[in-house]
Design a protein around this ligand. Sequence first.
Ligand SMILES: O=C(O)CCC(=O)C(=O)O
Length: 290
Amino acid sequence: MTSASNLGLLNDDQVASFIINGYIIVEPDLTADYHESIISALREMPENPGGHIVEALPEIIGVLEDPKVKGALTSLLGQKYVRDPGGHIHMNPPLTRGQPWHQDERFGRGHQDRDVDHIRQLMFMYYPQDVDAEMGPTVLLPGSHRRISSPESMVTLVNLRGQAFSIVKAGSVLLTHYDIWHAATGNKSDRVRYMIKFPLSRTQENNEPSWNHDPTSLPAVRQRLDGEHPSLLSRNEYETDHALRVRTWNNIAGTAAMPLQSGEHLGGPWPVSGGATTASRQRRDMPQLG
Ligand SMILES: O=C(O)CCC(=O)C(=O)O
């Protein structure tokens, strides 16, 4: 798709980043007054409306309809994405403890059914106030959406190498792959931190990219999908992860799909270190050598 529409569609590089890391932050074109009004409405709510967020807070539609948000959602979930029933207002009051790391469950789907090579569902997380490091930001682990893990095996995990925090400006929207590992962190401040979360889904497969695709950027995308490794992976999993990233691209790119293995992936100079044998493994181990 080209930029004919007025949506803030993502470009190839941004889609590649999402595939690699599993998240993107969007800053909607809404005013500070708008976000303030959401905070006021949240403060006045007598209780958490559970999944009935839009009924309790109709103004929230403004964020879902923002062109940048719609553009990012269209880019990642296709033209006909839908907001699923449910969602949750996550209020993180002062002096809470952090949550355990987890992947969200969904409509009876268990951890064994996760989409390790596709983008079928996203989580939308909207922060109406600034969130700093003390205020209990959400923590997430880049690249973890391709890792199937049971809740039991995650419950004892604490700080993970490469973890990233949603330290964001008021009004920011964090879009994540549904299966990303995440958790609320403890709020050490004296301020309440709100976050409104909605699940969204793809309803149809793409015949062509639903983002602002430029065929000339494919080599650069390929290099990133081949060569960038989120830090949590053990060495033996690098190759599997590379293939899952390319398969994810192919599952959403329609006519812009690429061969699963590039020539470089199959051969090339011997590596300087380790037992690897291919050029892509050399890039993996010594990315500074290109
Ligand atoms: O409140 C947060 O930062 C994250 C909470 C969350 O996503 C969850 O409980 O699944």
